[in-house]
Design a binder for this molecule. Structure first.
Ligand SMILES: [Zn+2]
Ligand SMILES: [Zn+2]
Length: 345
C-alpha cells in the first residue's frame, strides 16, 4: 500500500509498504478514506519532534472504514465509518478515568499515531485501543464534515470547554489558522457576549470576516486597543491563545482583564517568559495544553445537528499519490490554503 513516510530530517517520501496487521486484541485496522496534513507533521519533517521515529508512516488526522477488529474491540465493527483520534489512550488508568486522556499512562498513550507508530497518510492504518480511538460517524455526516474531529476540532472543543465561558464574557481568540477557527466554532457554541479574533494575516482575517461576520477582528498591533474598547471590564474575560508565536503569549495575558482565564492552546517552539512582577495583581488563571481528545462522539453529534461545520476549512483537495504537492502548498501557505483533504483515490 502507499504510505507517506518520514525518511530523515527534511524528507518525507511516498513508499510502497505492507498493509498493517492486527497486533493486539484491542487493535483495529482502518481503511483510510480521507486524511489531512497538520502543522505537527511539518514539525516532524523539520526534526522538532524528537519522539518521531524515522521510517514511520506520518499523518494523524483521518477518517475511514473499519476493515478488521481484534477480539476485544466492542465499540466498532468492520464496515463502520469512523473518525480516528490523534491520541491513543487506554480508558482505564487514573488520568483516562478523569478525562485527562492526553496524560494516559499506557505505554501507547498520548500522540503515537504518525509519530511513534505508523499513521494515516496511507491506504490503511492500525489503531491501538480502538474502542477509545475510533468514533462512529453518523450516517448523515460526510467524511469531509468529520475530517477534523480527532485532532484540530477536538482541540478547539477542549479549549472552549476548559475556558468556562459564560454569556457575559468577551472572549479573545489569538490566531485564526485551522486550530484557531475550530476554537472559534466551539467558542461560538457557548454564546458569549462578544468574540474578538486577533490574526496577523490579512488573508486569514478576510476568511473569518467572510464566514463569521459577527466576530470582531484585530491584528496584533491594534489587538490591545480593540479589546479594551470592546470589553466591559478593561480586558477580555477569557483569552484563548492559539497562535504560539513569541509575541502572542505576552499579548494573551496583557489583553486579559484581572481575574480572567487565559487558556494556552498553542504549542510553542521556545520557552516563554512568565513575568510575574508585571502581572502581579491581575490574579490570572492560566490553563495550558495539550488537548484531552475525549469528546469526539459529542462533537460528531453537534456536526450531525448542524451546529459545527468545519468544511469551509478544506480549501484544497489532493489524491494520496500527489501528497508531495499537497505538502508543498500547505507548508508554503500558498493559494490561501487553510487545510488540504487527501483522498485515497
Ligand atoms: Zn495535528
Ligand atoms: Zn489511560
Amino acid at each position: 500500500m502507499l504510505a507517506y513516510t518520514y525518511i530523515r530530517q527534511g524528507e518525507f517520501r511516498l513508499l510502497d509498504k505492507p498493509k498493517p496487521v492486527l497486533r493486539d486484541t484491542r487493535d483495529a485496522i482502518v481503511r483510510v478514506t480521507l486524511g489531512s496534513i497538520c502543522t505537527s507533521d511539518l514539525h516532524i519533517k523539520h526534526g522538532s519532534v524528537p519522539r518521531a521515529v524515522p521510517g514511520i508512516t506520518v499523518g494523524h488526522e483521518m477518517v475511514g472504514v473499519v476493515e478488521e477488529t481484534g477480539r476485544d474491540v466492542t465499540h466498532v465493527r468492520p464496515g463502520d465509518r469512523v473518525a480516528v483520534n490523534v491520541e491513543t489512550f487506554c480508558g482505564e488508568c487514573f488520568f483516562c478515568r478523569h478525562g485527562y486522556v492526553n496524560n494516559c499512562t499506557d505505554p501507547d498513550g498520548g500522540w503515537a499515531l504518525g509519530c511513534r507508530i505508523d499513521g494515516g497518510q496511507a491506504e490503511y492504518v492500525r489503531v491501538p485501543h480502538a474502542d477509545q480511538g475510533l468514533s462512529r460517524i453518523p450516517d448523515t455526516v460526510s467524511d469531509e464534515q468529520a475530517l477534523f474531529v480527532g485532532d484540530v476540532l477536538a482541540t478547539g472543543y477542549w479549549a472552549a470547554r476548559i475556558s468556562d465561558i459564560t454569556p457575559e464574557d468577551t472572549v479573545l481568540i489569538i490566531g485564526a489558522g485551522p486550530t484557531g477557527i475550530c476554537t472559534l466554532l466551539c467558542v461560538m457554541l457557548k454564546r458569549p457576549k462578544r468574540i474578538i479574533v486577533c490574526e496577523k494575516s490579512a488573508e486569514r482575517r478576510r476568511f473569518v470576516q467572510a464566514h463569521y461576520p459577527d466576530v470582531l477582528l484585530a491584528g496584533p498591533e491594534d489587538c490591545l486597543d480593540v479589546v479594551r474598547r470592546c470589553s466591559d471590564h478593561g480586558g477580555a474575560d477569557r483569552v484563548l491563545e492559539v497562535a504560539g508565536t513569541d509575541d502572542t503569549f505576552r499579548l494573551a495575558w496583557e489583553c486579559a482583564r484581572p481575574n480572567a482565564i487565559v487558556t494556552i492552546v498553542a504549542l510553542y517552539d521556545r520557552p516563554q517568559l512568565l513575568p510575574l512582577p508585571d502581572m502581579y495583581g491581575k490574579n490570572l488563571t492560566f490553563k495550558t495544553g495539550g488537548v484531552d481528545g475525549c469528546d469526539c462522539d459529542e462533537i460528531l453529534q453537534l456536526i450531525a445537528r448542524g451546529q459545527i461545520d468545519t468544511t469551509p476549512l478544506i480549501t484544497h483537495r489532493f489524491p494520496l499519490r500527489r501528497i508531495d504537492e499537497a505538502y508543498r502548498l500547505f507548508e508554503r501557505k500558498e493559494e490561501g490554503v487553510m487545510k488540504v483533504a487527501i483522498s485515497a483515490e
